[in-house]
Design a protein. Structure first.
Length: 320
């Protein structure tokens, strides 16, 4: 029984790891857009008719998507073409930037000093303030090379001038559940196989993406162990937390911090017999289909376990 318990808690603690667009100064920025387009009464049926025109929406979508793609390429000329003369970008971490020339100068310096970013835009709303003014809001997934994406909120104010839609204000701020959404790439099934053992982990969203739930199973000869985890944001501290429960009644909880493509998990727990345990684990995203995890240190009661090599996990492709 004790051997089984140690195998279970070792596995459980190890598995605790299983788990900008406006970034001009190398750090996330917050832009507070200032409304400068003339507002008109949205109750006017003619305005609503214009807002509902698919051609108008398509033109705005084309402009915004072109701007995002130009940022990903580092194409300052194309970016400039989408900005109005009086465009502004305001951050609480850097001096305000007002005017197309000031923004393009800052972007030029940014691209020279930072690696290119890949940006995926998810539009959530498009509101018309008048026939010639609109606001688009949504989510940005920003990644560098093979790193897991970071999630940011954005808002763009646009006006129609010179026979085209142009950006007059840009705002970006961290998504409140960004730490959890940054683990979205884990969703699916992962496995690791060795001659005498097999581990399989399945991740799925729980609720309205409020948690990631994982089910973990270890098969070794005639031994099968199961563990369930809930991963989510603590609303009091806004930290990423993990709660782990094993089939024998033990449990663990911990916090997680991200450093690039690496997640560091520190957890404390208790075995079914009341003995205390703790662990520090490292999760590394190698690419979208490969990860490694490694317990750096494990404490099981009075016993310390170190020197455990990293375990490689690969994504299980869905059956066609």
């Amino acid at each position: 029984m004790m051997k089984r318990m140690k195998v279970l808690i070792l596995f459980r603690l190890a598995m605790a790891v299983a788990v900008g667009l406006c970034d001009l100064d190398g750090s996330n920025t917050v832009v507070q857009a200032q409304e400068r387009a003339q507002k008109t009464d949205l109750a006017d049926p003619s305005i609503q008719a214009n807002a509902d025109q698919s051609a108008t929406r398509a033109a705005i979508d084309k402009t915004t998507q072109s701007f995002v793609e130009a940022f990903s390429r580092g194409d300052v000329n194309q970016l400039a073409a989408h900005l109005s003369d009086g465009a502004e970008l305001i951050s609480d971490e850097a001096p305000p930037l007002r005017g197309r020339d000031a923004i393009i100068k800052a972007l030029t310096n940014h691209f020279a000093e930072n690696p290119r970013k890949t940006i995926v835009r998810e539009v959530e709303s498009l509101r018309f303030k008048s026939k010639l003014a609109a606001t688009e809001e949504g989510l940005l997934k920003v990644s560098v090379e093979s790193e897991a994406p970071k999630h940011m909120r954005y808002s763009l104010d646009l006006i129609h001038e010179d026979e085209k839609w142009q950006i007059i204000s840009l705002q970006e701020w961290p998504e409140k559940n960004a730490d959890l959404l940054d683990l979205e790439w884990l969703i699916g099934t992962w496995e690791a196989k060795r001659a005498d053992a097999e581990i399989q982990v399945t991740y799925e969203w729980f609720g309205s993406k409020a948690y990631i739930r994982s089910n973990i199973s270890l098969r070794e000869k005639d031994l099968t162990l199961s563990t369930m985890q809930m991963i989510g944001i603590d609303p009091r501290t806004e930290e990423l937390r993990i709660l782990t429960f094993d089939v024998d009644g033990g449990f663990a909880e911990g916090t997680c911090t991200r450093e690039g493509n690496t997640w560091i998990f520190e957890s404390q727990g208790v075995l079914a017999d009341g003995a205390e345990s703790s662990a520090k684990n490292i999760l590394v995203r190698v690419n979208s289909d490969t990860t490694t995890w490694q317990p750096i240190s494990l404490q099981l009661g009075d016993e310390t376990i170190e020197g455990i090599p990293p375990l490689k996990m690969t994504r299980v492709k869905p059956a066609k």
